[in-house]
Structure formats: structure tokens, C-alpha cells
Design a protein around this ligand. Structure first.
Ligand SMILES: *Cc1c(COP(=O)(O)O)cnc(C)c1O
Length: 416
């Protein structure tokens, strides 16, 4: 009996031990310990990821796919192994459904160009939501302008939840695509994407999910969601910048046009005609960010080592604590109160501009984001120009929540 493993539960989640893996969290800012609450913009890298990048740069660096020498084979093997790690992370059916991109933005642009230009015609309609990040608005607007198509927008209620009745009412025989965020970066709302995808599919409409804020915080299963495309970024997932993935259903990717032309994405080239390589290479023209892809896989290994369920549970604890404490402060209004939320807390402090809130919190060592969070249509809907946003990661603690709340009180005193 003594070798029966002890089941882990959220209550055994050891944030202090985890924090020790993140050297940057030892920094002091303005003479105070850093309280990093800007994880929705970029999360920090654990030592394991930094070490993996150093090992690659020190002992494994070469260009991939093109040579038979030792280093090129080593780099190619690591790069392709990274693809398999990402495939498993999102439970894609095949590794070739994972395209390495520079991030969410490039992934969405790839679909807009590679799929959209072939499939969207004049008079067609694309459904987006009012909570989308600019990355999931502007590429579609550019496409719509080029083709004479129309963008239709799913509204939300005052809590920041999408109105499914209104979503369903937007469908008609001109609807060609749905693009929706899984989790809102500005408010944290978790959208019922599985249900939305099922409805779209019943109307023969494919769905792209912007997973930039979901992949770091929830267990994502693209087969269970049944989405057609899913994009996210490495730098929000404890990985490096300059890397992300686009998941696409194999049949869709195979039928799509490449977005970028160049080396490594071809089968044969003559001046008369070029034939393309099979997926995923067709979409990875030129030398890819090899080091970053390998670093992203190390980040995924690190996260899955902790467990996405444990991460989600701990972050939810922090969200409840922060919501209760900050919500109880007179003069503080929480923006975004969806039932189902990731650990993002947007707020405004009465009489104080969000930029001043952010600047003064920085003097307390507390890093939050202020502004429109790349979601200007959403800010307009909320009737605010900007908010302050605290966004939590699994390495944050209840002490970080306390520091945020104390910081906001200090800001209020300065302005009193
Ligand atoms: C950050 C973010 C993006 C853009 O990601 P990049 O890494 O800048 O390409 C898109 N959508 C959402 C919801 C985001 O949070």
C-alpha cells in the first residue's frame, strides 16, 4: 500500500515551489518585489524553457530539412518533435495539422489569405464577436473589403457573455465563416465555443477559434471542440516570442492556398509552374523560427508536467479572491462578470484614468496592463475608453492578489 501514489488536488498546488522555476519573478521593481499581473499580454519563461533554448543554441543549431549532416538532422528532429508535442497538447489527430506560425496574428492571417481568398465572395458574410481582439477583426475586414463581403457581429450582454440567441439569428445562406475567441483577453469571458461550433457546422459553416487566451489556461482539445482552425501564441504560454501555431483540419489545409511562397514549401519549381509540398510544409515557407518552436515545446512539456487542470483550478482560486477583494473596494468597478471566466480582471477606478492607475501600481511593483487591450469595439460597447487589467498565471499567489488590492488603495489615496 505504501507505494500507492497520493492523488494531487488543487489544494496541494504549490505556487511557491513553482515560482522558484521562474528567475524573472525574483526581480524587484521600484525597490519592491515584482508582482507580475500582465500574463494575458505575455507570460514568463521557466528555467526549463530558457535552458532548452540555450542547449539548442549551444549544441544543436543548424538549418532544418535541407542537409544530411549531424547538426541539421539534430535540429530537424527537435523541430519535428516539437510539432508532435504541440499536436498532443491540443489533441489534434495528426501532427501535420499543426502549422508553426509567428503567433496568433499570423495564424489568423494565414486562414484569411489561404482559405478566405478562395472561399469568400462578394455578398458573403463572416460572423465575428464584439469581444474579438483586433487580430481577429482586421484580417477579416481586409478580406471583406477586397471581396465585397460583410462582417456580422455577435453582441454580448452587460456581463460580457456572448448572446447565443443573437448568434444563431445571424446565420443565413450567405454565412461562410465564424471567427470567435475562446477566451476574451480584455474581460476573461470563456465563450461557449463548442456549442457555437456545433451550430455553425449544422449550417455547413467552418469555425476559426482564436485560442490565444485559452491555450495557456485551459486544457484544449480540438477534436472535442470540433473546430476547423485554432490559433495561439507561444509567448502567452510561457514560451518565447515569434512562435505560435495554427491548427487546421487536414482536409481544409490540403485544399488551401499557401500564404507565403519561398523555400521549403515547394515540391518542384520551374519558371512555368511550381507544385507545393504537402502540409504542413506548404505553409512554412523559408527558414522557420526553429529555436522558438523547440522552446515552445519545452514550455508545453513544463505546463503539462504541472497539469492544465491544476493550473486552471489554481487560477480560478486567484480569480475568486481578486474579484471579491477588488469588488469590495469603494470606487472600483469590475468590468466583465461572466459566469464562466478565466483569471482576467478588468476594472476602472472612479475618477482616475486607467493609465494613472497603471503608472502608480508600477511604483508599487505591480505590473498590470492599461488601455483598450486591442479591443476597441469592445471598449465602445462597454462605454469606457480603457480599463486596467490584472491577468493571472499559475505562478501567481494570493499574496499577489493582496498586493494588487493594496496597490489600488494606495492609488486611491494619492488621488483623494
Ligand atoms: C494576444 C492575442 C492575440 C494576438 O496574439 P499575438 O501573439 O500578438 O499574435 C490575438 N487574440 C487574442 C485573444 C489575444 O489575447
Amino acid at each position: 500500500m505504501s507505494n500507492t501514489p497520493t492523488p494531487t488536488s488543487p489544494t496541494t498546488f504549490d505556487a511557491q515551489r513553482i515560482r522558484a522555476d521562474f528567475p524573472i519573478l525574483r526581480l524587484t521593481v521600484a525597490g519592491k518585489p515584482l508582482v507580475y499581473l500582465d500574463n494575458a499580454a505575455s507570460s514568463q519563461m521557466p528555467q526549463a524553457v530558457i535552458d532548452r533554448l540555450v542547449r539548442y543554441q549551444t549544441f544543436e543549431h543548424a538549418n532544418i530539412h535541407r542537409a544530411v549532416h549531424y547538426l541539421s538532422e539534430t535540429a530537424t528532429a527537435a523541430y519535428e518533435a516539437a510539432r508532435v508535442t504541440l499536436q498532443r497538447f491540443i489533441n489534434a489527430a495528426e501532427a501535420r495539422e499543426v502549422i508553426f506560425t509567428s503567433g496568433t496574428t499570423e495564424g489568423i492571417n494565414l486562414v484569411a489569405h489561404g482559405w478566405g481568398r478562395q472561399n469568400i465572395k462578394a455578398g458573403d458574410e463572416i460572423i465575428l464577436s464584439v469581444l474579438e481582439h483586433h487580430s481577429n477583426i482586421v484580417p477579416w475586414q481586409m478580406l471583406a473589403a477586397e471581396k465585397g463581403a460583410t462582417i456580422r457581429v455577435v453582441p454580448m450582454n452587460d456581463a460580457g457573455e456572448l448572446r447565443l440567441d443573437a448568434y444563431e439569428a445571424l446565420f443565413n445562406d450567405r454565412t461562410r465563416l465564424v471567427g470567435v475567441g475562446h477566451v476574451s483577453n480584455a474581460l476573461g469571458s470563456i465563450h461557449p465555443v463548442k456549442q457555437m461550433i456545433a451550430f455553425a457546422h449544422a449550417h455547413g459553416v467552418p469555425v476559426l477559434v482564436d485560442g490565444a487566451q485559452a491555450a495557456p489556461h485551459l486544457a484544449v482539445d480540438v477534436q472535442d471542440l470540433d473546430c476547423d482552425f485554432y490559433a495561439f501564441s507561444g509567448h502567452k504560454l510561457c514560451g518565447p516570442t515569434g512562435i505560435g501555431i495554427l491548427y487546421g483540419r487536414a482536409a481544409l489545409l490540403e485544399a488551401m492556398q499557401p500564404f507565403k511562397g519561398g523555400g521549403d514549401m515547394i515540391h518542384t519549381v520551374t519558371f512555368e509552374k511550381t507544385t507545393y509540398a504537402p502540409i504542413p510544409n506548404k505553409f512554412e515557407a523559408g527558414t522557420p523560427p526553429i529555436a522558438a518552436a523547440i522552446g515552445l515545446a519545452a514550455a508545453v512539456d513544463y505546463l503539462t508536467g504541472i497539469g492544465m487542470a491544476a493550473i486552471a483550478a489554481h487560477e480560478h482560486d486567484l480569480l475568486l479572491d481578486a474579484t471579491e477583494q477588488l469588488g469590495a473596494l469603494p470606487g472600483v468597478r469590475l468590468i466583465g462578470t461572466a459566469q464562466s471566466k478565466a483569471a482576467v480582471l478588468s476594472f476602472v477606478v472612479q475618477g482616475i484614468h486607467p493609465h494613472d492607475v497603471g503608472t502608480l501600481l508600477n511604483q508599487e511593483g505591480v505590473a498590470v496592463r492599461t488601455g483598450h487591450h486591442c479591443a476597441q469595439p469592445l471598449m465602445k460597447r462597454l462605454g469606457v475608453v480603457a480599463t486596467s487589467r490584472a491577468s493571472f498565471a499559475f505562478y501567481n499567489t494570493h499574496a499577489d492578489v493582496d498586493a494588487l488590492v493594496a496597490g489600488v488603495r494606495t492609488v486611491q489615496k494619492v488621488f483623494a
